[in-house]
Design a protein around this ligand. Sequence first.
Ligand SMILES: [Zn+2]
Length: 254
Amino acid sequence: MQPFFVDSHTHINQFDTDEISSIVERAKISGVGLILAAGTTIESSKSCVSLADEVPLVEACVGVHPMDLKGRLNAEMFGELRELALLPAVVAISEIGLDYMEGRPDKVWQEEAFRLQIRIALEVNKPIIFHNREAGLEPLRMLKEEGAENVGVIAHYFQGSIAYAEACLEQGVLLSFAKPLLRDQGLQEIAGLCPLDQIVIETDSFPQPYKKNRETWTEPHHLIQVAECLAKVKSVSMDEIKEATFKNIQRVLG
Ligand SMILES: [Zn+2]
């Protein structure tokens, strides 16, 4: 198969239904051949699955985001997620993780929901694409304790210190770089040090109505900018970035 660019994390299911086909078309024209749409709730996970069924360029990820927890991840939700995770349109468990910013849901709920969803990933044998905000090495510790290395793990929207990056890499976790790479020198330094076989790229696209100019909303076609920046940082060609990130995501998704 000819390699293509893969947007390893988006929420394109959240855009207006009548906009999605043009968003996908723009991505396709720019060289993006696959877009992963990640759920943040049970409902949005279902919408990712429907989108993946309708649009050949899209595959689904299911999960409950730590920010969207309204309480404990109860048995009913666990059961529903497990059913969804088994569907062939679902390629990974996401977006799950920890968000310890002030005002976020209870940490005990978050940890429990994260661990339960890691167990779903292990049971259905699909990789984990996780979120970490202000939770330090905690997600890595929990992933390790649950044995997540058996299914493959990606640190989505990677941002953080060199020490955190090294801990990820040592644990076999791939780093997923997004648009912050374009402006953050520290991040460029990390990308420079990260082996090419442990990198994937993403846009984390979702509707951004707080940006008045619609043209400036991030979309999957912006993945090319991330790839260009990565090529520059690593002093390799765009083809090498395309090939490496394609191989990496294929390997993780199986
Ligand atoms: Zn996301």
